[in-house]
Design a protein around this ligand. Structure first.
Ligand code: SAM
Length: 218
Protein backbone atom coordinates (compact mmCIF):
# COMPACT_ATOMS: atom_id res chain seq x y z
CA UNK A 1 0.00 0.00 0.00
CA UNK A 2 1.59 3.26 -1.15
CA UNK A 3 -0.45 5.45 1.21
CA UNK A 4 -1.08 7.73 -1.77
CA UNK A 5 -3.62 5.85 -3.83
CA UNK A 6 -5.52 2.56 -3.64
CA UNK A 7 -3.44 -0.51 -4.37
CA UNK A 8 -5.89 -1.74 -7.03
CA UNK A 9 -5.65 1.62 -8.81
CA UNK A 10 -1.87 1.67 -8.68
CA UNK A 11 -1.66 -1.87 -10.02
CA UNK A 12 -4.13 -1.13 -12.80
CA UNK A 13 -2.31 2.05 -13.88
CA UNK A 14 1.08 0.33 -13.76
CA UNK A 15 -0.16 -2.58 -15.84
CA UNK A 16 -1.26 -0.19 -18.57
CA UNK A 17 2.32 0.96 -19.08
CA UNK A 18 4.37 -1.27 -21.40
CA UNK A 19 7.60 -2.63 -19.91
CA UNK A 20 10.73 -0.75 -20.87
CA UNK A 21 13.22 -2.40 -23.21
CA UNK A 22 16.97 -1.99 -23.75
CA UNK A 23 18.92 0.46 -21.60
CA UNK A 24 16.09 1.49 -19.31
CA UNK A 25 15.07 -2.13 -18.65
CA UNK A 26 18.67 -2.98 -17.71
CA UNK A 27 18.80 -0.02 -15.35
CA UNK A 28 15.43 -0.94 -13.81
CA UNK A 29 16.70 -4.49 -13.17
CA UNK A 30 19.91 -3.17 -11.63
CA UNK A 31 17.97 -0.77 -9.39
CA UNK A 32 15.67 -3.58 -8.23
CA UNK A 33 18.51 -6.01 -7.52
CA UNK A 34 20.51 -3.39 -5.63
CA UNK A 35 17.64 -1.58 -3.88
CA UNK A 36 18.40 1.74 -5.56
CA UNK A 37 15.34 4.02 -5.42
CA UNK A 38 14.39 5.15 -8.92
CA UNK A 39 11.25 6.88 -10.14
CA UNK A 40 8.11 4.75 -9.95
CA UNK A 41 6.70 3.41 -13.20
CA UNK A 42 3.66 5.69 -13.50
CA UNK A 43 5.59 8.76 -12.30
CA UNK A 44 8.26 7.90 -14.89
CA UNK A 45 5.60 7.85 -17.59
CA UNK A 46 4.35 11.24 -16.40
CA UNK A 47 7.89 12.65 -16.55
CA UNK A 48 8.34 11.23 -20.04
CA UNK A 49 5.02 12.82 -21.08
CA UNK A 50 5.94 16.24 -19.65
CA UNK A 51 9.37 16.26 -21.30
CA UNK A 52 7.94 15.17 -24.63
CA UNK A 53 5.20 17.83 -24.43
CA UNK A 54 7.41 20.66 -23.15
CA UNK A 55 10.37 19.97 -25.46
CA UNK A 56 12.75 21.79 -23.11
CA UNK A 57 16.05 23.26 -24.22
CA UNK A 58 17.70 22.43 -20.89
CA UNK A 59 16.74 20.29 -17.91
CA UNK A 60 18.02 20.33 -14.34
CA UNK A 61 17.59 17.26 -12.15
CA UNK A 62 18.15 17.03 -8.40
CA UNK A 63 19.06 13.43 -7.53
CA UNK A 64 20.77 11.30 -10.20
CA UNK A 65 21.10 7.94 -8.42
CA UNK A 66 22.23 5.53 -11.21
CA UNK A 67 21.13 7.88 -14.02
CA UNK A 68 17.79 6.17 -14.77
CA UNK A 69 15.53 9.24 -14.86
CA UNK A 70 18.18 11.32 -16.67
CA UNK A 71 18.34 8.70 -19.41
CA UNK A 72 14.52 8.41 -19.40
CA UNK A 73 14.25 12.17 -20.00
CA UNK A 74 16.98 12.06 -22.66
CA UNK A 75 15.07 9.28 -24.44
CA UNK A 76 11.76 11.18 -24.25
CA UNK A 77 12.65 13.50 -27.13
CA UNK A 78 14.14 13.01 -30.58
CA UNK A 79 16.87 15.63 -30.14
CA UNK A 80 19.94 15.88 -27.91
CA UNK A 81 18.46 17.35 -24.73
CA UNK A 82 21.11 18.85 -22.40
CA UNK A 83 20.51 17.64 -18.82
CA UNK A 84 22.42 18.75 -15.73
CA UNK A 85 21.93 16.38 -12.82
CA UNK A 86 23.13 16.72 -9.22
CA UNK A 87 24.14 13.83 -6.94
CA UNK A 88 26.13 13.82 -3.71
CA UNK A 89 26.75 10.10 -3.18
CA UNK A 90 30.18 8.93 -4.48
CA UNK A 91 28.99 5.44 -5.33
CA UNK A 92 25.92 6.72 -7.22
CA UNK A 93 28.02 9.24 -9.14
CA UNK A 94 30.42 6.48 -10.24
CA UNK A 95 27.55 4.20 -11.31
CA UNK A 96 25.66 7.00 -13.08
CA UNK A 97 28.77 8.19 -14.95
CA UNK A 98 29.51 4.67 -16.11
CA UNK A 99 25.88 4.06 -17.22
CA UNK A 100 25.66 7.40 -19.00
CA UNK A 101 28.89 6.70 -20.88
CA UNK A 102 28.10 3.03 -21.54
CA UNK A 103 24.71 3.84 -23.07
CA UNK A 104 26.03 6.82 -25.06
CA UNK A 105 24.46 9.79 -23.28
CA UNK A 106 27.66 11.48 -22.09
CA UNK A 107 27.29 14.06 -24.87
CA UNK A 108 24.15 15.49 -23.19
CA UNK A 109 23.95 14.43 -19.54
CA UNK A 110 26.27 16.27 -17.20
CA UNK A 111 26.60 15.12 -13.57
CA UNK A 112 27.59 17.64 -10.91
CA UNK A 113 28.75 15.94 -7.74
CA UNK A 114 27.72 17.69 -4.55
CA UNK A 115 24.92 18.56 -2.21
CA UNK A 116 21.94 19.98 -4.11
CA UNK A 117 21.65 23.09 -1.98
CA UNK A 118 25.35 23.95 -2.30
CA UNK A 119 25.36 23.30 -6.06
CA UNK A 120 22.09 25.22 -6.59
CA UNK A 121 23.55 28.24 -4.79
CA UNK A 122 26.37 28.36 -7.36
CA UNK A 123 24.37 27.67 -10.52
CA UNK A 124 23.18 30.56 -12.66
CA UNK A 125 22.10 28.89 -15.92
CA UNK A 126 18.43 28.88 -16.81
CA UNK A 127 16.36 25.72 -17.25
CA UNK A 128 12.98 24.92 -18.80
CA UNK A 129 12.27 21.89 -16.62
CA UNK A 130 13.57 21.22 -13.11
CA UNK A 131 12.96 17.72 -11.78
CA UNK A 132 13.26 17.54 -7.97
CA UNK A 133 13.99 14.03 -6.77
CA UNK A 134 16.56 14.36 -3.95
CA UNK A 135 16.62 15.47 -0.36
CA UNK A 136 12.89 15.17 0.41
CA UNK A 137 13.39 17.18 3.60
CA UNK A 138 14.82 20.11 1.66
CA UNK A 139 12.45 20.85 -1.21
CA UNK A 140 11.37 23.99 0.66
CA UNK A 141 15.03 25.10 0.80
CA UNK A 142 15.64 24.23 -2.86
CA UNK A 143 12.58 26.14 -4.09
CA UNK A 144 13.92 29.74 -4.07
CA UNK A 145 16.96 28.61 -6.09
CA UNK A 146 14.86 26.57 -8.47
CA UNK A 147 12.60 29.59 -9.10
CA UNK A 148 15.67 31.74 -9.75
CA UNK A 149 17.00 29.17 -12.24
CA UNK A 150 13.65 28.52 -13.94
CA UNK A 151 12.88 30.19 -17.27
CA UNK A 152 9.67 32.27 -17.27
CA UNK A 153 7.67 29.52 -18.93
CA UNK A 154 9.50 26.68 -17.20
CA UNK A 155 8.05 23.96 -14.96
CA UNK A 156 9.18 22.35 -11.73
CA UNK A 157 8.24 18.70 -11.33
CA UNK A 158 8.67 17.53 -7.73
CA UNK A 159 8.42 13.82 -6.92
CA UNK A 160 7.54 12.17 -3.59
CA UNK A 161 5.60 15.19 -2.34
CA UNK A 162 2.98 13.06 -0.55
CA UNK A 163 5.66 10.78 0.92
CA UNK A 164 3.71 7.53 1.32
CA UNK A 165 0.62 9.51 2.32
CA UNK A 166 2.29 10.90 5.46
CA UNK A 167 2.14 14.46 4.14
CA UNK A 168 -1.65 14.28 3.87
CA UNK A 169 -2.48 12.39 7.06
CA UNK A 170 -0.99 12.56 10.56
CA UNK A 171 -2.27 9.03 11.14
CA UNK A 172 0.31 7.72 8.67
CA UNK A 173 3.30 9.73 9.93
CA UNK A 174 6.18 7.70 11.31
CA UNK A 175 7.87 9.50 14.20
CA UNK A 176 11.34 9.54 12.60
CA UNK A 177 9.94 11.08 9.42
CA UNK A 178 8.27 14.03 11.13
CA UNK A 179 10.83 16.62 9.97
CA UNK A 180 10.65 15.50 6.33
CA UNK A 181 6.84 15.54 6.47
CA UNK A 182 6.70 19.02 8.01
CA UNK A 183 9.15 20.41 5.46
CA UNK A 184 7.34 18.76 2.57
CA UNK A 185 4.09 20.33 3.81
CA UNK A 186 5.92 23.67 3.88
CA UNK A 187 7.03 23.11 0.27
CA UNK A 188 3.48 22.33 -0.85
CA UNK A 189 2.13 25.36 1.01
CA UNK A 190 4.81 27.59 -0.53
CA UNK A 191 4.05 26.52 -4.10
CA UNK A 192 0.28 26.49 -3.54
CA UNK A 193 -0.15 29.83 -1.76
CA UNK A 194 2.24 31.91 -3.87
CA UNK A 195 0.00 33.95 -6.16
CA UNK A 196 2.70 34.16 -8.79
CA UNK A 197 2.70 30.38 -9.20
CA UNK A 198 0.25 27.72 -10.36
CA UNK A 199 0.68 24.30 -8.79
CA UNK A 200 -1.14 21.04 -9.28
CA UNK A 201 -0.54 18.14 -6.89
CA UNK A 202 -1.20 14.74 -8.39
CA UNK A 203 -1.76 11.71 -6.10
CA UNK A 204 0.18 9.40 -8.40
CA UNK A 205 3.17 7.25 -7.48
CA UNK A 206 4.47 8.87 -4.29
CA UNK A 207 2.79 12.18 -5.17
CA UNK A 208 3.93 14.66 -7.81
CA UNK A 209 3.65 18.46 -7.72
CA UNK A 210 3.97 20.45 -10.94
CA UNK A 211 4.57 24.17 -10.65
CA UNK A 212 4.84 26.97 -13.17
CA UNK A 213 4.78 30.75 -13.10
CA UNK A 214 1.37 32.33 -13.59
CA UNK A 215 1.84 34.24 -16.83
CA UNK A 216 -1.36 36.31 -16.62
CA UNK A 217 -0.66 37.71 -13.15
CA UNK A 218 -0.65 41.54 -12.97
N1 SAM B 1 16.07 10.54 -10.00
C1 SAM B 1 16.58 9.20 -9.81
C2 SAM B 1 15.83 8.25 -10.74
O1 SAM B 1 14.58 8.28 -10.75
O2 SAM B 1 16.49 7.50 -11.44
C3 SAM B 1 16.41 8.71 -8.39
C4 SAM B 1 16.98 9.62 -7.37
S1 SAM B 1 16.95 8.91 -5.75
C5 SAM B 1 15.26 8.90 -5.37
C6 SAM B 1 17.56 10.25 -4.79
C7 SAM B 1 19.05 10.48 -4.96
O3 SAM B 1 19.34 11.77 -4.41
C8 SAM B 1 19.92 9.50 -4.19
O4 SAM B 1 20.83 8.91 -5.08
C9 SAM B 1 20.62 10.33 -3.13
O5 SAM B 1 21.98 9.95 -2.93
C10 SAM B 1 20.56 11.72 -3.71
N2 SAM B 1 20.49 12.81 -2.71
C11 SAM B 1 19.72 12.85 -1.59
N3 SAM B 1 19.85 14.03 -0.98
C12 SAM B 1 20.72 14.76 -1.73
C13 SAM B 1 21.23 16.06 -1.63
N4 SAM B 1 20.89 16.88 -0.64
N5 SAM B 1 22.10 16.48 -2.58
C14 SAM B 1 22.45 15.68 -3.61
N6 SAM B 1 21.98 14.42 -3.77
C15 SAM B 1 21.12 13.98 -2.84
Amino acid sequence: MSGVTHEYMEEYLRNLIPDKKGTLKKLEDFAKENSVPIIQKEAGKFLEFMINMKKPKRVLELGTAIGYSSILMAESVDYKLPIVTIERDDNMVTLAKSNIKLYGYDDRIDIIQGDCLEVLEKLDDKFDVIFMDAGKGHYNHFLPHCLRLLNDDGIIIADNVLFRGMVASNDLVKRRKITIVKRMRTYLEMVSSNEDLITSVIPMGDGIAITKRRMDHE
